[in-house]
Design a protein around this ligand. Structure first.
Ligand code: FES
Length: 126
């Protein structure tokens, strides 16, 4: 995979950050995190579905507030979609696309996450 380039054609510096053990997130569950990256704090959350993990910046594209209604509660009552607590926008878990609500058609900002030795790692150039 090619590294993203900065404006001066210098490859962006990606960093890898430990997140948690993969079993810390229940199947069909979600968990919020924040970590100090090179350019400042990143607030994000991870959703686990069918043993796949999806990570997004914790910011609703409608007003840029955090999405969760309680700590680690990013999903709707059926655990089928990501739901924003303020105006109820709903997003696909797999691609972050808003399919219902005031930001219809917009996407959550996805983050790259991988599993290494049963632990999740966030890979970002933030
Ligand atoms: S702030 Fe998320 S739907 Fe309005």
């Amino acid at each position: 995979m090619q590294s993203p380039l900065l404006n001066n054609n210098t490859p962006a510096m990606t960093q890898t950050y430990p997140v948690c053990h993969k079993e810390d997130i229940p199947e069909n569950g979600s968990k919020g995190f924040s970590l100090e990256a090179r350019s400042g704090e990143i607030e994000f959350f991870v959703v686990r579905r069918n043993n796949h993990y999806f990570a997004y910046v914790n910011s609703c594209p409608h007003t840029n507030i955090n999405l969760e209604w309680l700590p680690d509660q990013f999903l709707d009552s059926n655990n089928e979609l990501i739901q924003c607590s303020l105006h109820g926008a709903k997003f696909n878990i797999e691609d972050g696309l808003c399919i219902f609500g005031p930001c219809l058609g917009k996407k959550l900002k996805s983050l790259e996450i991988r599993t290494e030795d049963d632990h999740l790692q966030l890979i970002t150039d933030y």
